[in-house]
Design a protein around this ligand. Structure first.
Ligand SMILES: CC(C)(COP(=O)(O)OP(=O)(O)OC[C@H]1O[C@@H](n2cnc3c(N)ncnc32)[C@H](O)[C@@H]1OP(=O)(O)O)[C@@H](O)C(=O)NCCC(=O)NCCS
Length: 175
């Protein structure tokens, strides 16, 4: 199967599909329909017919920092290089725009991508790397805002009950 990566917004039908599918993974806490529809920086993987098969949701935290928020490939299309292409394209685009990148994941596949691309990793937000410490409050306040969302809180609780504590989250930055 051939696929292409483009940056575009997604339709309501695509967003609804993603919300349903993301409910099945322990690794992404979830985003609301409103969040998906307003997001400007989505890398989309499309098949030959333009059907969405994967996404990487990205957004700017400010003029300097960019967050890679959610990497997701529909289950039947995994293991074909789509996730890697989406993640790499998102990193490349952010660096081109001279933004530092912040990402976090508990999925070993994504953590390996962070390693391969030379992210500085840390296990806890409190241990923010010294060289970027002047920006840590931006990340902290963003993380609180991110959490302060009733859909996400419900999903976090539901997923903890369903999947247990799971692997720990790893954080990474790349400049
Ligand atoms: C994580 C995810 C996006 C990966 O997408 P994918 O298209 O299957 O990944 P790719 O085919 O591009 O593989 C990327 C790398 O992981 C490896 N990989 C893929 N599936 C793997 C598996 N099940 N076990 C171990 N390694 C795997 C590939 O060999 C490749 O390694 P390489 O860099 O050495 O070539 C996908 O599994 C997914 O959507 N998972 C659910 C959501 C999620 O966990 N998102 C990440 C949290 S932010």
């Amino acid at each position: 199967m051939n696929f292409r990566i483009i940056q575009r917004q997604i339709s309501e039908a695509e967003a609804k599909l993603l919300i349903q599918e993301i409910k099945k993974t322990p690794y992404i806490m979830g985003y609301t329909l409103k969040e998906w529809l307003k997001a400007q920086n989505i890398m989309v993987a499309e098949d030959e017919n333009g059907n969405l098969v994967g996404v990487c949701l990205n957004y700017d935290l400010n003029q300097k920092w960019h967050k890679i928020a959610a990497l997701f490939v529909l289950e039947e299309f995994r293991g074909r290089g789509i996730g890697k292409s989406l993640f790499y394209a998102s990193v490349e685009k952010a660096l081109e725009r001279e933004h530092n990148i912040y990402a976090s994941s508990a999925n070993p596949i994504t953590i390996k991508m962070m390693d391969d691309l030379g992210f500085t990793k840390f296990d806890n937000l409190i241990d923010f790397p010294m060289e970027y410490s002047q920006d840590k409050w931006l990340i902290y306040s963003h993380s609180l805002k991110w959490l302060f969302n009733s859909y996400r809180v419900r999903e976090i609780i539901r997923k903890k009950i369903l999947y247990g504590l799971g692997e720990p989250f790893v954080y990474g930055v790349k400049c």
